[in-house]
Design a binder for this molecule. Structure first.
Ligand SMILES: Cc1ncc(COP(=O)(O)O)c(C=O)c1O
Length: 417
């Protein structure tokens, strides 16, 4: 099944919810069990569901890949949080991306921001091309989009904030141009979570998440989700969800659903901590530049104020350290609370060097054109005490510049992992 080539209409918005984010996060999809009265939903491990007559299932489900109670409840919750009519869950953020790309006909053309997650870049350049979908990248999509659109362009792919330079895209500006030519806009909202940004409200047609990050929030589930309003998209993507079968297990859906119930608390705390760490980095003589959309100094702060809840910046930031690649790597080894690891969005703070880790697969010239230099350090602020995080960043900066020689990745043997 492929997406229509006819221009799409901007789909109708889902009805406004009566309740606010925290109430929706805790209650949507979490009704009491009608049989036992259990307040927390049971994990439904059954792969198949009884039928009363041929083709007449007793309940809403037939076979676990097509649908199951835990996935269904999680999807309903995410749809409500993204102000969408529908959500579909997948086995990873990457499987979500792949399923959307596979919905395009061979010969389709996609325009993407250059500064995307490394795995998304890998899929666009090494997998999508194998089934005849070409992707053009641009570092400044609001300026370039009109020139890059061809008659074959079917999709615009945006990450805002981008990974790892935290650049922002004005979703409404891009969507207005794309919709004039019947092109769909997809926004990867992983970095902010639905608490801070709802891209469908700004004109996007599909919002995607690596649930692995903020939505689950506890670094123990790999999962993805897409949310949207169009009935036609729902039919196509649901068909592919079942046909490709890249679906999450009931247990993972249950865990991620539990995780999302505290998303609003975690997102606020992580944003507060990221702002504190940004302030400390901006004051430091050892830092060249800081990228944080919550900061007044961010060059696109106006977009953050327009698109983000209360202008919040989220828990992610990156900075360029004085001393190049060596200093960046040493910094990541010298922190004691921040763990040197890939990924983001968990309750624990992480630090990494994108050029040598998450974005290593992108050719150096393209990577640097997008601002991903070897001295760039990416930080995911967790929900520890902000004062402790600031102290940790300060001591690590001092160590990198004047500190002891680190030989085995463990400064003073006192790393907490
Ligand atoms: C912004 C972004 N999108 C998508 C993905 C892919 O998600 P997953 O690892 O769940 O496949 C990631 C993973 O880091 C990401 O950071």
């Amino acid at each position: 099944m492929v997406l229509d080539h006819a221009p799409i209409e901007t789909p109708p918005r889902a009805p406004s919810p009566i309740h606010r984010f925290g109430t929706l996060a805790v209650h949507v999809g979490s009704e009491h069990d009608p049989v036992s009265g259990a307040v927390i939903e049971p994990i439904s491990l059954s792969t198949t569901f009884a039928q009363s007559a041929v083709g007449q299932p007793i309940g809403a489900h037939e076979y676990v890949r097509s649908s199951n109670p835990n996935r269904w409840n999680f999807e309903r919750c995410i749809a409500s949080l993204e102000r969408a009519k529908y959500a579909l869950a997948f086995s990873s953020g990457s499987a979500t991306t792949a399923t959307i790309l596979q919905s395009l006909a061979a010969g389709s053309h996609v325009v993407s921001v250059s500064d995307v997650y490394g795995g998304t870049h890998r899929y666009f350049t090494k997998v999508a091309s194998a089934h005849g979908v070409r992707v053009a990248f641009t570092p400044s999509i609001e300026l370039d989009i009109e020139g890059l659109i061809t008659p074959e362009t079917k999709l615009i792919w945006i990450e805002t904030p981008s990974n790892p330079t935290l650049s922002l895209v004005d979703i409404r500006a891009v969507a207005d141009i794309a919709h004039r030519s019947g092109i769909m806009v997809v926004v990867d909202n992983t970095f902010l979570s639905p608490y801070i940004q709802n891209p469908l409200e700004h004109g996007a047609d599909i919002v995607v998440h690596s649930v692995t990050k903020y939505i689950n929030g506890h670094s123990d589930v790999l999962m993805g989700v897409a949310a949207f309003n169009s009935d036609a998209l729902h039919e196509r993507l649901r068909f592919l969800q079942n046909a490709i079968g890249a679906v999450p297990s009931p247990f993972d859906c249950w865990l991620a659903h539990r995780g999302v119930k505290t998303l609003h608390l975690r997102a606020r705390e992580a944003s507060k901590n990221a702002q504190m760490v940004t302030n400390a980095l901006e004051e430091s003589p050892h830092v060249l530049a800081v990228n944080y959309p919550g900061s007044a100094s961010h060059r696109q702060r106006k977009i953050a104020l327009k698109q983000h809840r209360d202008g919040l910046g989220g828990g992610m930031l990156s900075f360029r350290i004085k001393g190049g690649k060596e200093a960046a790597e040493k910094f990541c080894q010298a922190t004691q609370i921040f763990t040197l690891a890939e990924s983001l969005g968990g309750v624990e703070s992480l630090v990494e060097v994108p050029a040598s880790m998450t974005h290593m697969g992108i050719p150096k010239d393209q990577r640097e054109a997008a601002g991903v230099f070897e001295d760039l350090v990416r930080i995911s602020c967790g929900i520890e005490d902000g004062t402790d995080l600031v102290a940790d960043v300060r001591q690590a900066l001092e160590k990198v510049v004047v500190g002891p020689k680190i030989t085995n990745g463990f400064a003073n043997g006192s790393r907490h992992t």
